[in-house]
Ligand binder design. Structure first.
Ligand SMILES: Cc1cc2nc3c(=O)[nH]c(=O)nc-3n(C[C@H](O)[C@H](O)[C@H](O)COP(=O)(O)OP(=O)(O)OC[C@H]3O[C@@H](n4cnc5c(N)ncnc54)[C@H](O)[C@@H]3O)c2cc1C
Length: 448
């Protein structure tokens, strides 16, 4: 096999881009070049959790040893309690459900996770920081021409946009798609493509914080967040907490519905939040939550944006992956997992023995065919979990008017509903999809 092409991953620092780079760099005939907008490869944010489905991909890439060392709990395939659930938007919190999963959610500090990916990038790959892609153009036979914000340019045979929710690659790709659709007399497709360029506000904001375990312990020596991954649910808001970094830090993400889905969000999407704004949002919640709010020092405020379901993830020699292609509401802890799945499928197709420089567009077509429907499905189920966790589902409106007995029964039903919606993440693997992708590409090559 000989593929003479270079991969340009705009998002060197992103989990999706780095996973693809690690997977592709195992193939010596593929040059991996990463262009990253940031000055340094750094992960902002806080903790990140990975479910067994994504974990098995990283294991196959040989990252499991280093990642396991960075996780508080060792990976297991046993039945475990992943989270406990409380109704907390009242002075007396009510424990109502334990989520049991086959295999555990591995929880990392993002910087530790990224450190492992960087360690596994081979020296043959090249990373250029402070390179913000502005746009690209391509001709049918290639190459792809890249234009950066600093005025510099570059060319490549294959461009993978792993540049996150505001993806510049997605913008150029969808404009190309729209132009072609207009030429083919398909105005609806053109409109759908153009509508996918700008992300959409979910109506939710997330407060994110890392709490030193020592500080929480000083306030409440046996606070459950020190040892038990917990979700505190309430009307229009919820909080998720779990320990990371060998238990020295408690990762906290608190979601609050503060607007209408699809409305325009004014202001920066990520900023420092005042502690007061955060505390006000959860003012009447149970004591356990009040102690967490006291323990928080620095809080960041994220306006959660998503990417619309797109008509295609590829055009010619360009494709997008991860948040660039399907940024979703984060209520299943699966956005990074989906980026990892994209990377695994792309790597298998691009390293296929019959994939050459000329057949890259065919391989990307198969990527789109296999990955797009699945990531759309996960994006929908993730959104639904958000509705469950904030009591915005049918039947969640009048929980306050139930007797204690009725309330508990209805909350247990809720637990069963979100478990059912979520179980794909620990009870399935990507193996069938991988085999289907390779078989589909084999068939396409047989018919060329
Ligand atoms: C509150 C919250 C909690 C979450 N928790 C989880 C979780 O527990 N588990 C999970 O699986 N997912 C979780 N997610 C989702 C997860 O964070 C994302 O899905 C994942 O980080 C996406 O990775 P990515 O590589 O596609 O994009 P990103 O991580 O956004 O990386 C994009 C990279 O591209 C760079 N870049 C951007 N524009 C350009 C450009 N024009 N040129 C060059 N480079 C560029 C950026 O600097 C960045 O390094 C959570 C999300 C939120 C908001």
């Amino acid at each position: 096999m000989f593929i003479s092409h270079k991969v340009f991953l705009n998002s060197g620092g992103g989990i999706g881009g780095l996973t693809l780079a690690v997977a592709l760099a195992k193939h010596h005939d593929i040059d991996v070049v990463i262009y990253e907008a940031a000055k340094r490869l750094t992960e902002i944010g806080a903790g990140v959790g990975l479910w067994p489905r994504a974990w098995k991909i990283l294991k196959a890439l040989g990252l499991d040893g280093d990642l396991a060392a960075a996780s508080l709990d060792p990976p297991t395939e046993d039945l475990v309690t992943a989270f406990q659930y409380r109704k907390s938007d009242r002075p007396n919190g009510l424990h109502f459900y334990d989520l049991h999963t086959q295999g555990n959610l591995l929880k990392f500090h993002r910087a530790d996770f990224q450190g492992v990916l960087l360690k596994h990038l081979p020296p043959s790959s090249h990373t250029h920081c402070s390179k913000r892609l502005e746009s690209y153009s391509q001709s049918i036979a290639g190459p792809v021409e890249l234009k950066f914000q600093d005025g510099s340019t570059a060319t490549c045979d294959l461009l993978i946009g792993a540049d996150g929710v505001k993806s510049a690659v997605r913008g150029s790709l969808l404009r190309e798609l729209a132009n072609q659709a207009v030429m083919e007399g398909k105005p609806d497709v053109a409109q759908e493509a153009l509508a996918g360029i700008d992300p959409v506000w979910s109506g939710m904001v997330a407060y994110r914080a890392l709490i030193p375990a020592e500080r929480l312990r000083a306030l409440s020596p046996s606070h459950r967040a020190l040892t038990e991954p917990t979700q505190y649910l309430g009307k229009n808001a919820y909080i998720i907490v779990y320990p990371i970094s060998q238990g020295n830090i408690i990762n906290l993400a608190a979601f609050n519905v503060s607007g209408t889905e699809g409305a325009r969000f004014d202001g920066p999407w990520v900023k420092e939040a005042t502690k007061e704004a955060f505390q006000t949002a959860f003012a009447n919640w149970e004591d356990d939550v009040q102690i967490l709010l006291q323990a928080v020092d620095k809080v960041s405020h994220w306006a959660v944006h998503t990417v619309r379901h797109l008509p295609a993830l590829n055009f010619g020699r360009v494709a997008i992956l991860g948040d660039a292609s399907h940024s979703m509401e984060p209520h299943q802890g699966s956005g990074a997992g989906q980026a990892i799945e994209d990377a695994a499928i792309l790597a298998a197709l691009l390293s296929h023995p019959q994939t050459t420089r000329d057949s890259i567009p065919l391989a990307l077509d198969v990527y789109d065919q296999i990955r797009r429907p699945y990531s759309i499905k996960i994006s929908q189920s993730s959104r639904l979990n958000g509705r469950y966790f904030t009591f915005q589902y049918d039947g969640g409106e009048d929980l306050e008017h139930c007797t204690d007995e009725e309330l508990k029964a209805r909350l247990v039903d809720l637990g069963l509903a979100f478990t059912d919606n979520w179980k794909w993440a620990w009870s399935t693997t990507v193996d069938g999809m991988l085999a289907e992708a390779v078989q589909t590409l084999n068939d396409r090559y047989d018919n060329v």
